[in-house]
Design a protein around this ligand. Sequence first.
Ligand SMILES: NC(=O)c1ccc[n+]([C@@H]2O[C@H](COP(=O)([O-])OP(=O)(O)OC[C@H]3O[C@@H](n4cnc5c(N)ncnc54)[C@H](O)[C@@H]3O)[C@@H](O)[C@H]2O)c1
Ligand SMILES: O=c1ccn([C@@H]2O[C@H](COP(=O)(O)OP(=O)(O)O[C@H]3O[C@H](CO)[C@H](O)[C@H](O)[C@H]3O)[C@@H](O)[C@H]2O)c(=O)[nH]1
Length: 332
Amino acid sequence: MAILVTGGAGYIGSHAVLGLKRLNKEVVVADNLETGHKESLLKDVPFYNGNLKDAAFLDRIFIEHEIKAVIHFAANSLVGESMENPLKYFDNNVGGTLSLIEAMNRHGVKKIVFSSTAAAYGEPETVPIRETDQTLPTNPYGESKLMVEKVLKWADQAYGIKYAVLRYFNVAGADREGIVGEDHRPETHLIPIILQVALGKRDEIKIFGDDYPTEDGTCIRDYIHVTDLVEAHLLALEHLDTHDSNTFNLGNGSGFSVKEVIDAAREVTGHAIPASVEKRRAGDPAVLIASSDKAKEVLGWAPVYTDMKKIIQTAWDWFEKHPDGYREGGES
Ligand SMILES: NC(=O)c1ccc[n+]([C@@H]2O[C@H](COP(=O)([O-])OP(=O)(O)OC[C@H]3O[C@@H](n4cnc5c(N)ncnc54)[C@H](O)[C@@H]3O)[C@@H](O)[C@H]2O)c1
Ligand SMILES: O=c1ccn([C@@H]2O[C@H](COP(=O)(O)OP(=O)(O)O[C@H]3O[C@H](CO)[C@H](O)[C@H](O)[C@H]3O)[C@@H](O)[C@H]2O)c(=O)[nH]1
């Protein structure tokens, strides 16, 4: 019995595949390599290159492997792009998931873990954010994920497909052995961009606004290590064997400002990391911090990487060894 990982060639998906293989689980990957990297795939893991919207592609996987559960990472996830091209996000993120659920139903697969996001909440009324707080996305990316959450609820009711919705906050870091890492193109995330400055690939880090109502004026986020995140997926899968569908936040429960993250990276890398202040980036809430109490209480989840410097260290170890990411010359 295998676990199908969609988006398994991407940043988080590749870490999940590695985590599953370390537990000797049987894994199959489906990815169209739109933003993933074939170089991140493990040699002994069957890989299917195709689009989730293609029903025949999915049928082939479900026929060739006995799939017992799906961990569904495949999606587009650039907030800015989603504002400019919302239909791409509804088409791929919602359309891709509808096709996946239909295939699961055709083949009698009854469990799915779904990557949702803090963007499903929009601007929070209070922090830390709890799962029961209002969900009012401020961009099509977050909206597309929330739509899938709603689809999953009805698919459970109609077809008995049980789901764990995991709303991630800011995912960061890399595998401790550096077997896989983060290589988004374009890179938009704070920590990899800071580390590209330390590598000499960028001149400076641009801080998007220092006039927020926070102590140092820069935005505060909740950073969670990718390995801790993967661990929660494994626990959620197990949980679904004996429990009903559920929704969980995944974050560390503490916030770091952009300036604090830059300072931590200076300490880890020993590099000055020049910074300049730019205007605010549209749509950035001032503070996003998760309450992950529910995941801790219900799933027994306990994040290991709670120290920002340790999170950055794992990312730095990866970047030092792979300054051009997965591909020589830095082009995707
Ligand atoms: N990185 C974060 O901080 C973060 C935060 C919250 C939520 N998420 C969610 O986690 C998931 C993984 O994020 P990531 O950072 O690893 O992104 P990523 O872009 O590295 O990985 C996504 C993978 O899905 C594949 N894919 C996309 N559409 C596909 C389709 N229709 N068919 C087949 N494959 C397809 C891509 O090629 C890629 O390999 C996404 O669903 C994202 O929305 C990420
Ligand atoms: O060059 C940069 C890049 C980022 N930032 C700031 O750093 C913080 C973190 O930004 P990221 O782009 O790394 O992350 P986001 O908080 O925007 O996004 C994260 O949370 C979102 C939900 O709110 C989505 O889920 C998204 O995929 C996930 O990475 C933000 O305040 C941003 O303004 C900068 O100052 N300079």
